[in-house]
Design a protein around this ligand. Structure first.
Ligand SMILES: [Zn+2]
Length: 229
């Protein structure tokens, strides 16, 4: 069994999983490293977002021209370009390179941290994804699983779809005999507005192949995912 717990303390992001490629957050607001593994979205219409943010500020009764807010629209526009950079890219590319390996036990990468944006409120939801698969002769670099989560998260999302998308990608690209994806996250739209329930956790799972069909395999993989370490 391969059991990998990415070190998420250094960056608080899935980028920190197992490699040290530069991330955008390392650089300034406007100039950042071009990392071929990071999603980019050059089609984002920044001036249009800026105009919309100015409109929102005015609509809530603020003065968009006061000093503290002057650069806010441009800042928000760049933030959205970053948060939605996965919209125009194909996360499957991270799973294109596979290795033939005679290994037929569970591979699990746990605690892949992510930040996504709830498509209903445009508020962040943050948490961890756990991905397990049972190979059928093909394995993938462990950090690539974290890349997939990162990229699928960088879209307007719902947690249910994020979970299923990741499971489908791993199942299809690796022809895995089984895939289990469990996602746990906290939704700002539940904690800071509406019902205002800080601390509430939303759990979703997607089981494919043997983990869906065989209760014994499913409880084995869930035991690994839930194992206290
Ligand atoms: Zn929401």
């Amino acid at each position: 069994m391969v059991f990998s717990v990415p070190n998420t303390t250094t960056q608080g992001s899935a980028n920190a999983a197992t490699d040290n490629t530069p991330s955008r957050s390392d650089a300034g607001d406007t100039a950042f490293f071009v990392d071929p593994n990071q999603p980019t979205n050059d089609e984002v219409d920044l001036p249009r977002i800026e105009a919309a943010v100015r409109t929102i500020l005015g609509a809530v009764g603020e003065d968009p021209d006061r000093e503290g807010l002057l650069e806010t629209p441009a800042r928000v526009a760049r933030m959205y370009a970053e948060m939605f950079a996965g919209l125009k890219s194909d996360p499957a590319r991270h799973l294109a390179k596979v290795f033939t390996e005679d290994y037929d036990e569970i591979v699990l990468v746990r605690d892949i941290s992510f930040c996504s944006m709830c498509e209903h409120h445009l508020l962040p939801f943050t948490g961890k994804a756990h991905i397990a698969y049972l190979p059928s002769g093909k394995v993938v670099g462990l950090s690539k699983l974290a890349r997939v989560v990162e990229e699928v998260a960088r879209r307007p999302q719902v947690q249910e779809r994020l979970t299923q998308t990741v499971a489908d990608l791993v199942e299809n690209r690796l022809s895995a005999r089984g895939v289990a994806v469990v996602v746990e996250s906290t939704h700002s739209c539940m904690t800071m507005r509406g019902v205002r329930k800080p601390g509430s956790l939303c759990l979703t799972s997607a089981m494919r192949g043997i983990f869906r069909d065989d209760p014994k395999s499913r409880s084995e993989v869930l035991g690994l995912i839930n194992r206290q370490s």
